[in-house]
Design a protein around this ligand. Sequence first.
Ligand SMILES: [Zn+2]
Length: 169
Amino acid sequence: MKLPICNFDAKAGILCPKCDAKLRSGHITKADVDVSNRLVKLASQIPELDRISLVRAYDIDGSIIMVLNSGDVVSLRRDNVLRRKIEHDMGNKMWLVDAQATDRKLLDDLFYPVRILSVNQVWLPDGSKMTRAIIMGRRTERFPLDLDLVKKMVKTVRGIELLAEFEKQ
Ligand SMILES: [Zn+2]
């Protein structure tokens, strides 16, 4: 398993001086450390995890985003049982994001299972740029996403200011 911290640190639950310096300087965050520690523990029950590379982890209001290498996202997503087991053991809702994904692909991943019709850039009167995603159809009562959370995730992972609109008002 590749992690933002040394495997040894994750196993021992402590940080070596090098990783500690990375944390203090802000190159990695507490979420990177926490998720690494939990993944290493989980790998003793789920051997498939030994093959993954965790690039970064984010904790946004209790939702965990794991940024992984592309192949890892595909294999974890293919296996629903495995995915649920990881989510259950981590005790959080989990999003998987491909580190190499384009902005559009990232949005598709974070909106899943909701489908995005189109994505474009818009400039606001004050000169700031936003990314506008048009969601297919209209908003129903059973709309499954917390759009404010998705906006926070997109902003945290990619620095994108997201505007989400529905195709039909
Ligand atoms: Zn270390």
